[in-house]
Design a protein. Structure first.
Length: 291
């Protein structure tokens, strides 16, 4: 009887857990759709910026803008590394993969002799590197699930100033590239210095009459381009988090269902054995009375 009670208790516990994971799966699915819409909406703007910069870029103009300044003969000496993770867990290996990519890039840069300033967005990354006793130059845990262009500006503005002043030689960002709901690989992209975007037409430049000048346009567009790179990293990581959470919660719900099937079969066998034993005791008692 004690075994049957224990099995009933475990069945109720697994049923409650399955209800929670199913609800979380539904919530993640709903939020994934909105986050995916933001990713899709951000891409045409980024493509248009890259196209305009590609049209305006020229080597003589590049010398006028600090954001286009490539590392000198001494190479990269100091790098600002932005690491983006989620604020929450229950998303499988999503945050673990991002942290692993940050550690890999840190080791690679430091192995090349560069000093790395770590700038973190998201609680999971900040918690890990604090635990690892790694120096953190800055951290943001208040951006949440709806990153905006203002958030991206706040993250990148200090690094833009340091790069323009020459105290940083490069800025890179680690984020989850959103290919699909089930494909969000951890990716590292160098956003400073700005590399001239590749032209789709093979490098043929149109002959534009510009007003204001190309230099005046680039002066406004280059910071926007960098900010948009950070904004895309934030929205893609958010969408990747919800995709990973939906997958993790679906797997948990399916596993809970499989566990319930096993527990119910075990309970039915235990209950059947208990009934058989009780019948045998009743028959044995009746025979003893008749004897």
């Amino acid at each position: 009887m004690a075994q049957a009670r224990e099995l009933r208790r475990r069945i109720k516990s697994v049923q409650s857990t399955r209800q929670i994971t199913r609800t979380m799966e539904m919530v993640a699915t709903s939020k994934l759709k909105r986050a995916q819409d933001r990713v899709v909406a951000a891409r045409p703007y980024a493509a248009a910026l890259a196209e305009v910069i590609g049209d305006l870029y020229a080597p003589d103009l590049a010398e006028q803008f600090p954001l286009l300044r490539q590392p000198g003969p001494q190479g990269v000496r100091r790098v600002g590394l932005i690491g983006v993770t989620a604020n929450r867990g229950l998303c499988g290996a999503f945050n673990t993969n991002l942290i692993r990519e940050m550690r890999r890039r840190l080791q690679e840069l430091e192995g090349q002799g560069a000093q790395v300033d770590l700038h973190l967005v998201g609680r999971k990354g900040a918690a890990f590197f604090r635990f690892a006793r790694r120096a953190i130059a800055s951290q943001r845990t208040d951006i949440g699930e709806k990153p905006t262009a203002l958030h991206a500006q706040e993250v990148i503005a200090p690094l833009l100033e340091q790069f323009a002043a020459g105290s940083l030689d490069a800025v890179e960002i680690v984020f989850a590239k959103f290919n699909s709901a089930i494909s969000t690989p951890a990716t590292t992209v160098r956003i400073l210095p700005i590399a001239p975007p590749a032209r789709a037409d093979g490098g043929v430049r149109a002959d534009y009459i510009l007003k204001p000048s190309a230099a005046a346009i680039l002066e406004e567009l280059l910071p926007l381009y960098v900010r948009n790179q950070v904004f895309r990293a934030l929205v893609e990581t958010t969408a990747g988090f919800y995709g990973s959470q939906r997958t993790a919660m679906k797997n948990a719900t399916d596993n809970a269902g499989d566990m319930l099937d096993i527990l119910r079969r075990t309970y039915n066998r235990a209950r059947q054995g208990q009934i058989t034993q009780e019948l045998a005791e009743i028959v044995g008692g009746a025979e003893a009375l008749n004897g």
